[in-house]
Design a protein around this ligand. Structure first.
Ligand code: GAP
Length: 448
């Protein structure tokens, strides 16, 4: 950026820049890195886990806590294997796969454009594809010491199926009537044929799902309600209309259980891609689990005494995909005065891993600066840094999205004031030391 005009802004164009920042600053990096990584698996470092936790907390707050018609659960990752027969995953949850007979690489048959040239054939770069075969995406494991087929179990492919398993008990213990919802956040696993685009398509990822149970006659109203709520959520976290759109599924795209579906898509550097799906699942899940378990999962209308199976409106967002979208959107390189440049993550303060950094101008001021940091740390994730020149320390905080820095200098000793600096505008303000917590509360909320 050094040759560009001050004020010039460059958004993220190459994923590699973000991948490098995420590894360098400890947001996200390959799992088992010391062994060369493992394809489709990622670890979140000290800043990444804060970002992810903040996103999950925001979702939980809005979808579960602020509503009296939604209950939360945290189910086991491994369910009774019949669950996945009932859900249709054993039969249907597969992608078409082809192998190249020459280079032995394996690809999804619908993504051959990404395969690149074959490195192993003589006289041609064309691959020598096999016929497509179905490949089930569920990851299997075995339970207990037995090696026989009866011990096979699956790591859940989506977090919603245990919600259906638990529907009857949760409704009873929470004394909920239709309409109401059950939500959970947790890990899901898919043996993706070609994991790609950083964390976008992984083999282990987190989902935040809501299954909302309602009368059939109310399905469209609730579908529209939840679509509106979920769009509002993404917008409030900063994703603007030029980066967010909805896309209805054509009838031939609908999953086997789905009556109607709308994707919420984000414009990544690699194109528009789904980050969340809103689905009308009809009564497929509860009916199938009733059939396979032999337990009645229908409900009785308290007034008319009619017995019926509720229909389900689902909202399903990938936490990792959403984090990736937020990071892509927040990333920018800015040209500054004097030929300098900075990389900044303009994350919403609610999501920022570090809320405030305390930076003494000199190591000699460590004691009072540490005192301030300890006070702030009780309420927000605060960070202390006294190494290097102040400009460089600001840049380090900009690069990880810290919204506010507080600088304690030699004058602070006598005038009892400190300098606060705002990340996006880089504006600085001198405020009273004993007013820092109140100043931050106005901008960040009360904290932990
Ligand atoms: N219960 C419905 C369901 O799971 P889905 O469209 O398969 O629907 C929902 O997945 C969301 O989960 C997606 O919008 C995406 O954000 C996330 N997701 C799905 N597969 C993923 C993968 N392999 N890696 C990362 N996120 C994934």
């Amino acid at each position: 950026m050094t040759s560009e005009l001050p004020g010039q802004i460059r958004p993220l164009e190459r994923m590699d820049d973000l991948v490098a920042l995420c590894a360098r600053r400890g947001f996200i990096f390959p799992s088992s890195e010391i062994y060369g990584g493992i394809n489709g698996f990622w670890d979140y470092g000290p800043l990444g886990v804060e970002l992810k936790n903040n996103l999950k907390a925001a979702w939980w707050q809005e979808v579960v806590r602020e509503r009296d018609d939604v209950e939360g659960i945290d189910s086991s990752i491994i369910c009774h294997p019949r669950t996945w027969e009932a859900s249709g995953h054993v039969e249907h949850f597969s992608d078409p796969m082809v192998d190249c007979r020459a280079c032995k690489k394996r690809f999804r048959a619908d993504q051959l454009a990404d395969a690149g040239p074959c490195p192993s054939r003589e006289g041609t770069s064309e691959h020598d594809w096999t016929e497509p075969r179905r490949f089930n995406l569920m990851l299997q494991t075995r339970i207990g010491a037995s090696e026989d087929a009866a011990a096979v179990a699956y790591l859940r492919a989506e977090t919603c199926q245990p919600i259906f398993n638990d529907f009857r008990r949760v409704r009873e213990v929470a004394r909920q009537q239709i309409p109401f919802g059950i939500a959970q956040i947790g890990k899901a696993f898919r043996n993706e044929i070609n994991p790609r685009n950083f964390t976008f398509r992984s083999r282990e990822f987190e989902q935040a799902e809501l299954e909302f149970f309602c009368r059939e006659t109310e399905r469209d109203r609730w579908f529209d309600h939840w679509l509106g709520e979920r769009l509002r959520f993404h917008r409030e976290l900063g994703l603007g209309p030029d980066h967010l759109r909805t896309r209805p599924h054509a009838p031939e795209e609908l999953a086997h259980y789905c009556k109607r579906a709308m994707d919420i898509e984000f414009r990544f550097p690699f194109g528009w891609q789904e980050i969340e799906g809103i689905h009308d699942r009809g009564d497929w899940d509860l009916s199938r689990h009733s059939e396979f378990s032999g337990k009645d999962l229908g409900v009785t209308d308290p007034e008319t005494k009619e017995h019926y199976v509720p229909v389900v409106i689902e909202t399903s967002v990938g936490i990792d995909r959403s984090c990736l979208a937020l990071l892509c959107h927040a990333y920018r390189e800015e040209a500054l005065e004097g030929g300098e440049a900075r990389t900044v993550l303009r994350l919403h303060p609610r999501l920022a891993p570090i809320k405030v950094a305390v930076l003494p101008l000199s190591k000699k001021l460590a004691e009072p600066a540490r005192r301030l940091e300890r006070e702030l740390r009780r309420r927000w994730n605060a960070f202390y840094d006294d190494a290097g020149n102040i400009g460089r320390r600001y840049r380090r905080q900009d690069e990880v999205g810290t919204p506010f820095c507080v600088t304690y200098d030699f004058d602070s000793e006598t005038d009892g004031r400190v300098t606060v600096r705002e990340r996006d505008s880089m504006q600085q303000e001198r405020i009273a030391l004993d007013g820092v917590a109140a100043w931050l509360t106005d901008r960040l909320g009360p904290g932990a």
